[in-house]
Design a protein around this ligand. Structure first.
Ligand SMILES: Cc1cc2nc3c(=O)[nH]c(=O)nc-3n(C[C@H](O)[C@H](O)[C@H](O)COP(=O)(O)OP(=O)(O)OC[C@H]3O[C@@H](n4cnc5c(N)ncnc54)[C@H](O)[C@@H]3O)c2cc1C
Length: 528
């Protein structure tokens, strides 16, 4: 690639990178290069929604990171899957379409980020969206990202919702509408039963543009800095090391772990951290890699004898054969499951301005991110703390760009997070043990004792992420901010970060749609 000069280089073809590639290359005069470490997204395990069961626990299209030992998790290492292919994590995620609470965005604006209030971002969410239920005040149609109801939710998911209503929660048909509280089936980023990843939605329609170059299998190792400005990147790929030049801007969209790692490798970060690895400092930015925030989660797990659920059984394997044709021809059937089919948002105590716990009801028996499989059927309920107080870090293990970063979510460091999780688990158990789920529910697994101490012990033994790490290059204008409200890196010309890492505070919900919105907004600012 040496000698080729682009206007804009985007590093990372994930949720954010694919949106940017589409929007920025819509201007035929702008030469855009999208660089992705992983391969093309050809694996059927990406496009068949139930393929998630294979990608989640393995290294197939997945960086499959480990955290450093977590004191709050009894010294265990957490698991951090991340997509490693076109579409990034949107190619391996659970496809739930969720924006978070309106107060999250008003909070971002109040932290000193003009343009990010709910009123500002709602039209941006609507712009990307093709809502299969039709447009309304909250939803758009005609956008690239298809948002639909699940084709074939299992009966147990509907029973979960009935249980939640029985436990006093409100029915909620649209968590992205007027109110977030309550229980309902989740909407998914699927188009006719196929995964609608950011690559399918945004990149595929732009691939034929002559001014867009997509390079896969290229691992960005460093940002090239000249006189305080970014002028390109270095990549390692099939032909060895190469340099790619950018006349206007380098945009890091390498995700919550990749983007801070690249900044640090390039000498942009906290002085001591760079010195520790012998990296010459180019720009002092103490906030790079700080503020890592993630939704800590515990799953309640029950056996089941309901053969309509997804299970590790001969019967499920036999059903997968007609299921494959139902998926292929009609976009329906058991292979269209996103597993986390239903859920709820609830408040564990009075006086909160929005829900503090999210539940994901799962069609399946969840143990250790499906890294441990159990023969038979099951149902599970994930309980996640929506706005944890604990903050962690992303640091370098070494100056070797091929070495995974040191990820420390610092789970459950704050007692308040433990208390919220305990309260949420109790509410979830009330719901899971409701009458409508009785025909689907067998014995609970991994439970030993009912008191708070036993519950805390179980949390330390079994809790982990629900896959929403954010905030490691957060926006703002204080000393610990990494990017400004237009997502440009403080103190470095021609360099931006646009992905989940810029969130100044974690959203109260799943993070794919918010990341797509962030990239839409960054693109609008760069094309206006
Ligand atoms: C298992 C799982 C389930 C999830 N479920 C949901 C869900 O149901 N709903 C939801 O809303 N959210 C979900 N999420 C979260 C959501 O998918 C992510 O928050 C979102 O995709 C993050 O987007 P991003 O652009 O920040 O990063 P990513 O999409 O992770 O993209 C980063 C890209 O950069 C590439 N990259 C990294 N480093 C380099 C480098 N050095 N050089 C070149 N390329 C590089 C990566 O390979 C990747 O393609 C889930 C995530 C996971 C992992």
């Amino acid at each position: 690639m040496s000698g080729v000069r682009f206007d804009t280089i985007i590093v990372g073809a994930g949720s954010a990178g694919c949106v940017l590639a589409n929007r920025l290359s819509a201007d035929p005069a702008r030469r855009v290069c999208l660089v992705e470490a992983g391969p093309r997204d050809r694996s059927p395990l990406i496009h068949i929604p139930a393929g998630l069961l294979a990608t989640l626990p393995t290294r197939h299209m997945n960086w499959a990171f480990q955290t450093v030992p977590q004191a709050g998790l009894g010294g265990r290492r957490g698991y951090q899957p991340r997509g490693r292919t076109l579409g990034g994590s949107s190619s391996v995620n659970a496809m739930i379409y969720m924006r978070g609470h309106r107060a999250d965005y008003d909070g971002w604006a109040a932290l000193g980020n003009p343009g990010w209030s709910y009123a500002d971002v709602l039209p941006v969410f609507r712009r990307s969206e093709d809502q299969q239920r039709g447009a309304d005040e909250f939803h758009g149609t005609g956008g690239e990202l298809t948002v639909s109801d699940l084709a074939t939710p299992v009966a147990a998911a509907r029973a979960f919702v009935d249980c939640a209503l029985g436990a006093g929660l409100a029915a909620n048909r649209d968590f992205n509408g007027a109110s977030q509280d309550g229980a309902g089936l989740y909407q998914v980023t699927q188009r006719r039963g196929r995964r609608c990843s950011a690559a399918v939605a945004f990149l595929d329609p732009a691939l034929a543009r002559p001014n867009l170059t997509v390079l896969t299998g290229r691992h960005a190792t460093r940002i090239v800095l000249e006189g305080g400005a970014a002028s390109g990147i270095e990549v390692e790929g099939p032909g060895g090391t190469a340099r790619i030049d950018a006349a206007r801007e380098v945009i890091l969209s390498a995700g919550v772990f990749g983007s801070p790692q690249l900044l640090l490798l390039s000498g942009i970060g906290p002085r001591e951290e760079l010195a520790r690895h012998g990296i010459a400092q180019r720009q002092e930015l103490p906030g790079v890699g700080a503020n890592l925030t993630d939704h800590v989660d515990l799953a309640l797990v029950y056996r089941s004898s309901d053969p309509r659920l997804m299970g590790i059984t001969l019967r499920t394997a036999l059903r997968a054969v007609p299921g494959y044709f139902a998926w292929r021809w009609r976009g329906t059937g058991l292979l269209t499951t996103n597993f986390a089919e239903a859920g709820a948002f609830l408040r564990t105590r009075a006086g909160l301005d929005r829900p503090d716990v999210q539940l994901h009801f799962v069609n399946g028996l969840v143990d250790d991110h499906a890294r441990r499989l159990h023969y038979g059927y099951g149902i599970s309920c994930h309980v996640a703390v929506l706005r944890p107080k604990s903050r962690g870090t992303v640091r370098l293990r070494s100056g070797n760009p091929r070495e995974a970063p040191a990820i420390d979510p610092n789970f459950l460091a704050e007692d308040e997070d433990v208390a919220t999780l305990v309260a949420g688990v109790k509410r979830a158990r009330d719901i899971m043990e409701g009458a409508p789920l009785a025909p689907h529910r067998g014995a609970e697994l991994f439970a030993d004792g009912d008191g708070d101490d036993a519950l805390v012990a179980r949390i330390r033994r079994r809790a982990d992420t629900i896959y929403h790490p954010v905030g490691s290059c957060r926006m703002g204008r204080d000393d610990m901010a990494v990017v400004d409200a237009s997502l440009r890196v403080h103190g470095v010309e021609g360099l931006s970060v646009v992905d989940a890492s810029v969130m100044p505070a974690i959203v109260s919900g799943n993070t794919n749609a918010p990341t797509i919105m962030i990239a839409e907004k960054a693109a609008l600012a760069r094309t206006a």
